[in-house]
Ligand binder design. Structure first.
Ligand code: R8Q
Ligand code: ZN
Length: 261
């Protein structure tokens, strides 16, 4: 591939002890986005995002990342438009990050890693009765990816960072009852989109990816706060939650489309 070898193809991933590649997988994630190979699609609509901050429920450490989960029992926090045929409900958002600032994102742009990547996970409640079923369907999920770069302190992120000590260990949770995830989105509307998969088990090929072109800025202390989390539960030997990103996967027969020239 352009910037990565797939020698790990049949290895087991140290974090998930699951195959790095799905046998017969043709649309796995993450991928490198080669800017000059992306194709401008004038028919892509603007992405419309409307989140209700009071649908926020709690933050929990699931042993892969920390997730902020939302009440998805109605169409109160949704996205529509962009590459999507239906509207999708916000289920949760989480991050992936590195041990150091040189890497940490799941997707790369022209082979460049960012220190972290935000994923806002939405599911197609128009066509499927539950999130669990949507996870298994080709058009079941829509994930907005936002790159984080080192820069100014992000005030909206800080309210999350302040809560992290309470979810330091795997399977700990705290109530978090008002948060507007739109504060974590860059103002620029530009995005890339491609057909991909979950990057954690079950790795199902059910995700329409919408990757924002512009990153948001966070400061060093905020990235360091992510790195104080643990993969391990209370009472276990401490294992720092870092490098929770999946290696790049082959593009295969896919085109990345851009919403911008
Ligand atoms: C059955 C999945 C539980 S929800 C979830 C998640 F926890 C997660 F981490 C990712 S990811 O693959 O890591 N990032 C897009 C997802 F896509 C998800 F839908
Ligand atoms: Zn993710």
């Amino acid at each position: 591939g352009a910037c990565c070898s797939y020698r790990l193809r049949d290895a087991l991933h140290p974090l998930w002890q699951s195959p790095l590649t799905i046998p017969g997988g043709t649309r796995q994630s993450p991928i490198n986005i080669q800017w000059r190979d992306s194709v401008y699609d004038p028919f892509l609509k603007p992405l419309k995002i409307s989140y209700d901050p009071t649908t926020c429920l709690h933050i929990w450490n699931n042993g892969y990342s920390f997730l902020v989960e939302f009440d998805d029992s109605a169409d109160r926090s949704i996205i529509v438009g962009g590459p999507l045929e239906n509207q999708y409900r916000l289920k949760q958002f989480h991050f992936h990050w590195g041990a150091v600032n040189d890497w940490g994102s799941e997707h790369t742009v022209d082979c460049k890693f960012y220190p972290a990547e935000l994923h806002l996970v939405h599911w197609n409640a128009v066509e499927y009765p539950s999130f669990e079923e949507a996870v298994m369907e080709g058009n079941g999920l829509a994930v907005i990816g936002v790159f984080l770069k080192l820069g100014a302190r992000h005030e909206g992120l800080q309210t999350l960072v302040d809560a992290l000590p309470a979810v330091r260990h795997k399977d700990t949770v705290i109530e978090f009852d008002v948060f507007d995830p739109s504060c974590l989105l860059p103002s620029c509307p530009d995005y890339w989109t491609y057909a991909g998969s979950l990057t954690t088990p079950p790795l199902t090929e059910s995700v329409t990816w919408i990757i924002k072109k512009r990153p948001i800025e966070v400061d060093e202390d905020q990235l360091e706060a992510f790195r104080t989390l643990l993969f391990s539960s209370h009472g276990e030997e401490e294992r720092r939650m870092v490098d929770n990103f999946r290696p790049l996967q082959p593009l295969m027969d896919r085109t990345v489309r851009s919403s911008f020239r």
